[in-house]
Design a binder for this molecule. Sequence first.
Ligand code: UDX
Length: 478
Amino acid sequence: MEDNQEKPHAILMPCPLQGHIIPFVHLAINLASKGFTITFINTEFTHYRITKATTSANNQEYYDIFTEARTQFGFDIRYRIVSDGFPLVFDRAVNREQFLKGMLYIFSAHVDDLVGKLEQNTKPKITCLLADTFYVWPSMVAKKYNLVNISFWTEPALDFSLYYHWDLLKINGHFGYYDNREDTRKYIPGVEAIEPKDLPSYLQDTQTTTMNKMIYKGYENVKEADFIICNTIQELEPKPISALNEKQPFYSIGPIFLLNGFTNISIPTSLWSESDCTQWLQPKPHGSVLYVSFGSVAHCSKKDIIEIAHGLLLSKVSFIWVLRNDIVSSDDDDDILPVGFEDEIRDKGLIVPWCCQISVISNPTVGGFLTHCGWNSVLESIWYSVPMLCYPIFTDQITNRKLVVDDWKVGLNFCDKKEIRRDEVSEKINRLMSGKSATDLRNNIKQVKKTLQDAVSTIGSSERNFNKFIGDVKAKIS
Ligand code: UDX
């Protein structure tokens, strides 16, 4: 008991999105392995979705995603849920605006209430709040309960820098105006130059929306954080990271899914049931399959899906295509693929609503990834040496494309023109999968992978930064 009292105890809270829940779970495991007690909080709706997708348990209410990690490693990770302010039956996608307003104005009261209860009854005493940078309330909650305030940014440092200096963009007439200036932005600390087209979509908005208001408030909030950790790699983004470090303690600790070798713990995080693709992949030749996925939140138009489908057929390349059932936004009809497409592809293609992405892209038969450039997908693709065809749709994906294609040269642009056309889709797929361009990409990606490998080695930058972060947090608590 005495010992227990000494242990740091952190509350971890990701945004309720697939691409945020996964890195937070990895973070929880890593912190627990360093002696932290963790209370991991998902929203009730996220919990409901994970449970529905990953278990047939009757007592879903009591299902605990960390059971295996506790039994296998003896980690002290506790699991709680919090209401996001809406009932489970509320359609968060259809009523997106109302939901975002709830996240902006109502959600903090539920978090405050839960943290207050945990504060009173929990041993060891809660010492840290570790929340997603997108949240607008962490500094308020941390101050109220006297907790060390740690922000976790699950995307690249470049995106962080751009959002962090939102005020500079505004002062320079580069953000939030009907006629945003079109010239290169050259004044963001740590960012030599960035074109307007490469800014995250929310920084290209010409008017105020609930979403960009939320990010703006989140970034006001993060300026009060005691520590910021980021799922990136120092050697890949040295300039933004060192500029940010001059403002606040900023630690690059990525890729978090590789840190300390905890890749193989099976913790249920998936919001959809996963289809097994292993059998289908098994007879395919090495490096011959294209994996296509646009992540968990992006939507496409039916028109684009149809062009991509025809492009896939024209390319003659084998493919697995993850087509979520909500990939096309609600005002388009249900039947999104060209008539007869599924008959025509026969054994050439497999369409699934969701899969275990890591197990697909780590399969040696996969040789390319047509991706929306979500940051987790980018890191996973680099790790498994799978070059990317970049089709960014919104948010940080736009800026991530610049890193992948222009800076690291491990991917190609999907479409050079605004409009997606089947012949260009087919041509780009072939350039990704074979010939000199494919060889160059494969050579480049091996080098970038090596950077990741070095960063997470025992003497690597991410490992060192993580240990320094732990030491600094412990010093702040004591
Ligand atoms: C969101 C944003 O869209 C993205 O821009 C941001 O960088 C992170 O948050 P998401 O769209 O879900 O993320 O994309 P991504 O970051 O790639 O994360 C998706 C995660 O889900 C990955 O870890 C991937 O392995 C997993 N996944 C995806 C699956 O397990 N199965 C699938 O079928 C698709």
